[in-house]
Every structure is written in C-alpha cells, then in structure tokens.
Design a protein around this ligand. Structure first.
Ligand code: GLN
Length: 199
C-alpha cells in the first residue's frame, strides 16, 4: 500500500486524507521535514496559497519539498496546491514562494468575482466514464504551459488540469465531491513509481 502524505499546514487536509484512504492509500498528514521522508507521494491541498507558502518557509519545509519534487516524488496539488506546484505565478503576492515542479504559469483567483465559486462538469483525460464534478473555489487557471506539460482538462477555454511527469494539478477540488477517481489516478501514479523496475 503506498503511503501518501497530505501537506498539513493549512487548507482542506482532512478531506484529502479521506479521499486518499478511499482510493486505497495509507494517508497521513505531513507537517515536519522528517515526516516528508517517509511518504511515497504527497498531496498539496486547497486553501490559501500565500499562507501555505509562508508556513512552509516557517516550518523549514520549503527546501525539502523542492528537493523531493526535484528527485521525482509524485505530487498532486488542488487549487492553492496547483499554485504551489507552478514554476511561476503570474501575479504573486509579496513573499509568496512556490515549490514548483510543473513548467507553467498560473493566474490566481482567475475566474473572477462574478464566478468566485461554481461547479461544472469537467472531462479529465485519463478518467473513464462520466465527467468529473469540478468544484471551483476562487480557483486559479493555467495561463500557459511548457512543452513537457500534458493538459488534462479545460473549462471554457482555460486549462484547469495538468500533468508533468509525476506531478499532477487541478484548479478544482475532487476531495470535496465524494468521487475519488482523480485521487485513484494519483494513487496509480504513486504505485507505478513504486513498482520494481523489470529489465
Ligand atoms: N484563491 C486561493 C489562493 O490563491 C486558492 C483557493 C482554493 O484553494 N480553494 O491560494
């Protein structure tokens, strides 16, 4: 069983722990650098990206997070988590750092005031069956991606799900819907990484 951590500094940690367990992982919160050493994969939850970024610096987690992602740790970020996995934020607040991992530029709170929160069916590449119920809460969108990035979903012409190698990110929050297919996709990514290589 893959052990998957949820970065537990701020945000909807509990919902991700439940969704990961339902998708077949052993899920646990990660707050300290030592706890990061023991996981096979990591979720960066939704919440407030500036707050998570500042707490990550304060808790001594930012450098270890960057190092593990660089070394190929599978990571999945939702909403604020997507922002944290972007190599670049279009309009960062002062002091806002990212972990990085996906060659993309994200726009925070992109869907704007009229639509700060909404739900919409989203077709996600790699997820069979019905579209995913996309819950968007002051969500970012992806403004542009590099050549290595696979676009998995769009909403009204804007990119809302991406994958680069073992790093996955969605603008929306599957952890709030009771549909665990996106988490199952991530658990599969972690399992694939764990599988012993055959010659
Ligand atoms: N707007 C938030 C941010 O910029 C993200 C919102 C969310 O995670 N639901 O961090």
């Amino acid at each position: 069983t893959p052990v998957i951590g949820v970065l537990a500094l701020q945000g909807d940690v509990r919902e991700h722990l439940v969704a990961l367990a339902a998708a077949g992982a052993a899920a646990r919160p990660v707050r300290r650098p030592e706890e990061l050493d023991d996981v096979d994969g990591l979720v960066v939850p939704g919440g407030e990206s500036t707050t998570i970024s500042k707490l990550a610096v304060l808790f001594g987690l930012l450098a270890p997070l960057r190092a593990r992602v660089r070394d190929g740790l599978p990571v999945y970020g939702t909403c604020a988590g997507m922002i944290l996995l972007a190599d670049k934020i279009l309009d960062p607040r002062s002091g806002q750092e990212t972990i990085g991992g996906i060659d993309m530029i994200v726009r925070r709170n992109a869907f704007g005031r009229q639509n700060e929160s909404f739900e919409s069916a989203v077709d996600v590449k790699g997820i069979e069956g019905d579209p995913v119920e996309g819950v968007f809460i002051r969500a970012p969108w992806v403004e542009s991606v590099g050549a290595a990035v696979d676009v998995l979903a769009e909403h009204e012409g804007h990119i809302v799900a991406v994958r680069q190698g073992d790093v996955l990110a969605t603008s929306f929050h599957p952890e709030l819907t009771g549909d665990h297919r996106v988490h199952a996709l991530f658990v599969d990514m972690v399992r694939a990484k764990q599988a012993p290589r055959s010659l």
